[in-house]
Design a protein around this ligand. Sequence first.
Ligand SMILES: O=C(O)C1=C[C@@H](OP(=O)(O)O)[C@@H](O)[C@H](O)C1
Ligand SMILES: C=C(OP(=O)(O)O)C(=O)O
Length: 440
Amino acid sequence: MTQPSHLTARPAPSLNGTARAPGDKSMSHRALILGAMATGTTEIEGLLEGDDVLATARAVKAFGATVERLGVGQWRVTGQGGFRTPADVIDCGNAGTGVRLLMGAAAGYPITATFDGDASLRKRPMGRVTDHLERMSARFDWSGARGLLPADLTGGSLSAIDHVQTVASAQVKSAILLAGLNAVGITTVTEPEPSRDHTERMLRAFGAVVEVETLDEGWRVSLTGGQALTGTGVAVPGDPSSAAFPLAAALIVPGSSVTVEGVMLNPLRTGLFQTWIDMGADLTITNRRSSGGEEVGDITARHSRLNGIVVPEDRAASMIDEYPILAATAAFADGATVMRGIGEMRVKESDRIALMAAGLAACGVAVEEEAEGFTVTGSNAVRGGATVTTHGDHRIAMSHLILGLAAEQAVTVDEPGMIATSFPGFVALMRGLGADIAEA
Ligand SMILES: O=C(O)C1=C[C@@H](OP(=O)(O)O)[C@@H](O)[C@H](O)C1
Ligand SMILES: C=C(OP(=O)(O)O)C(=O)O
């Protein structure tokens, strides 16, 4: 199927209805990778069938696991208790999580592998992971610039390290812990604020012992090397980072009420929802339950008058992927929404601070960019009427399309095919709620 070159969102009268969030991307990558490292069978339900995760599924198959798709979101991974040298380059596509976690996992085995990705992934810093894997004795050779893909790994014979992070990163933490599983000694990662803990939780579900110590600031996670994983069942709940888009639309389009069911409520992922509540959003969570080792619930958002706030900087790790959509909703708030301490946004699929600032400004929104953040001053009438360059970043595309639903004039985005990396059903889901999003 050919992808449209552009998508346009037109002002919507109101959005109403109930939808289900797609499976969580972070957990989907981890379920496939741990399933492949384990011995035995891992049955996964609710796997996100987005391009990022499908690249990881192909990667773990290349590393020797048997990977079967049993039905929609239902996958079976049969692991060999280790990785073997793959025949081809491991192409992780657009996925930072995929490549960094796979590098960590693969580093623990006596194999070689070449990792690569698309043009965006080739620009993202890998040294934040590979420098530490090298300290553990893995070797990386770079055919181009050091620290940028493609990279050739020679793994095996690792020693544990004690790593103290200055910026919380679940990808760095996870890569080191996955390598640490096959290292000699106790591997420890200390974070200034806790980042998402799906790796730790899932490792325990696969039978590993992972210790967590709460510190005055942040926490310390450790595991002893030489632990074997055993395949298990994984139920992947809905992705809060994707649920954010239809919920945002409901908050800013007058007359709207939207419920998203089955959203994961891990407290290390819900910073955006708390921030919206702090801004005065009418957001209610019902039907809280436990599923697959995570709390999930149904979230209803109704159109709300939002007030700008200063977002606490120590919340950044719990909503790092959500600042683009927060900025889009802040464009409709009374006053300024100040977002700081988020320099990490500049090294995602794009420089998200620069692209949000440019896209919002093109839509007539007052925005001030800083080195490590930005401030959006809202208004109850956002002009829209722009074509926004996304640099192939799914969250930049979706955030501007949502803004277009509530603006005075339509908003168009380029490279909309990239939305499928994290949210392949985005357009259909939004149309089901009454949104007018179509090929430009
Ligand atoms: O571990 C993960 O699944 C993720 C961690 C975050 O990245 P960092 O670890 O770089 O903060 C986040 O931005 C990414 O989308 C998913
Ligand atoms: C940053 C993201 O993903 P990744 O780092 O896996 O590419 C994201 O999904 O917003």
